[in-house]
Design a protein around this ligand. Structure first.
Ligand code: PMT
Length: 399
């Protein structure tokens, strides 16, 4: 599929970035697309329907119950007309509606009624983007194969600085073009096994040791691998997250269980990504009864857990193996040492001394190393970062 000669239905929701949409329509048309525009009622406060009609060359629809519009092209007909449904800007409110599957206006109804691929370009205040509800909705939309373009970071209309700006029209057109042009998703036909989250090592029937991993990075990687066309198996320690639809989820608690689950899924595995924060040690024996409070000091003896990543990399026919390195100092040196010692194809180093990224945060940044190169993936939300990392993996796999 390419943009040229395709029918693009552009949905516009009510954000300040809507003022850029006449330019977006112009650029899509310059690529040879046929464009029709649907606005929500609040979008019309930010951009003139007349301007959109003039640049698109088609009437602009906004009302589900508009008799004239329905007579000209009914909403189901419009949904079928679309080869691509692009929503730019997409507000936090519209993301929530989409995630819930509401159909209370023309645009949300079209989203349910179309079989065309849906692309959204979010635009909102940086705190609204970071809000747990929005991130949860984002996760839901990604798991439904909706492609999310952006958002970009920078200064916002409200004066805040951060993630939430709509991508520029030119960037949106280029991304759409790349998605449509690529004959097959980069990981089509590949099997990807990932680990995510923390492990729990039991001390007694009521206590365990664990770490601060939330699983967000690993689950975002699973969604990204799936979006790139892979069959994905996610081996996860205990988290609060829901796996993307279509991803095979294996829940485990301890490092030992994670090791077993990973090894049992290595047949025909093309790529293994170890994002879990696996406990390096576990108490040597779980006491059968609750340890009672007696002495002032308590000594526990620990024994080393199996190194899942290293065991995978040392298989006779290992998959393309990607490790993570969570470090608080000498990030580059320690990451490179792990790349070589564990015989990995790639390692993504995480500076977890910065509390704004890494463990249990919405954002992250990675320094990625492989034998012939390295790449800095700067701070962004974990979903964007996951897509960047999985694309890098796919590129190195085919080299
Ligand atoms: O889950 P989030 O809150 O989103 O946070 C993401 C993250 C910070 C956990 C993630 O980005 C990350 O850095 N994961 C690796 C954490 C870690 O345990 O790093 P490490 O340097 O201790 O381990 C090195 C590598 O060996 C990792 O790929 C790890 O999965 C793997 N390992 C470690 C020990 C072990 N017994 N088996 C392993 O497979």
């Amino acid at each position: 599929m390419s943009i040229a000669n395709n029918n693009i239905l552009l949905g516009i929701t009510g954000g300040i970035a809507a003022y850029k949409t006449p330019d977006l329509v112009r650029k899509l048309k310059a690529q040879g697309a046929n464009v029709r525009v649907v606005t929500t009622s609040s979008a019309a406060e930010f951009v003139s329907p007349l301007a959109l009609q003039a640049v698109s060359g088609n009437p602009v629809s906004s009302d589900l119950l508009d008799k004239d519009a329905e007579a000209a092209m009914g909403h189901i007909e419009l949904a079928k007309w679309a080869d691509i449904l692009l929503i730019a800007p997409t507000t936090a409110n519209f993301m929530a509606k989409l995630a819930l599957g509401l159909a209370d206006d023309l645009l949300s109804t079209l989203c349910l009624a179309t079989t065309a691929p849906i692309f959204i370009a979010p635009a909102m205040n940086q705190q609204m983007w970071r809000a747990a509800a929005t991130q949860h909705n984002l996760h839901t939309l990604l798991s439904r194969q909706i492609t999310v373009l952006g958002p970009a970071a920078g200064e916002q209309a409200c004066g805040d600085v951060g993630l939430g700006r709509m991508l520029e029209p030119q960037e949106i057109v280029e991304l759409l073009h790349n998605k449509c042009e690529s004959p097959r998703p980069l990981l089509h036909g590949k099997k990807v096994v990932l680990t995510a989250g923390p492990t729990r090592e039991e001390i007694d029937p009521v206590r365990y040791i664990t770490n601060h991993s939330s699983g967000k990075m690993g689950y975002a990687l699973a969604a990204a691998a799936q979006q790139l066309g892979a069959k994905v198996c996610l081996v996860s320690g205990p988290t609060q997250l829901t796996a993307p639809q279509g991803v095979e989820l294996i829940n485990v608690q301890s490092a030992d269980q994670m090791h077993q689950a990973v090894m049992a899924n290595m047949a025909h595995c093309d790529i293994f990504v170890a994002c879990a924060a696996v406990a390096d040690y576990r108490p040597i024996n779980k006491t059968p009864q609750k340890i009672k409070k007696k002495e002032n000091e308590l000594t526990l003896t620990f024994v080393k857990n199996p190194d899942i990543l290293s065991d995978v990399a040392h298989l006779p026919h290992p998959p393309f193996t990607v490790g993570f390195a969570a470090e608080t100092q000498n990030v580059r040196d320690y990451a490179l040492a792990k790349l070589h010692a564990k015989k990995l194809n790639m390692i993504a180093a995480n500076d977890v001394s910065d509390s704004k990224i890494g463990f249990n945060s919405e954002q992250n940044a990675l320094n990625v190393f492989w034998s012939e190169g390295e790449k800095v993936l700067p701070v962004t939300d974990k979903h964007t970062l996951a897509r960047q990392l999985m694309t890098l993996v796919a590129e190195q796999l085919t080299e």
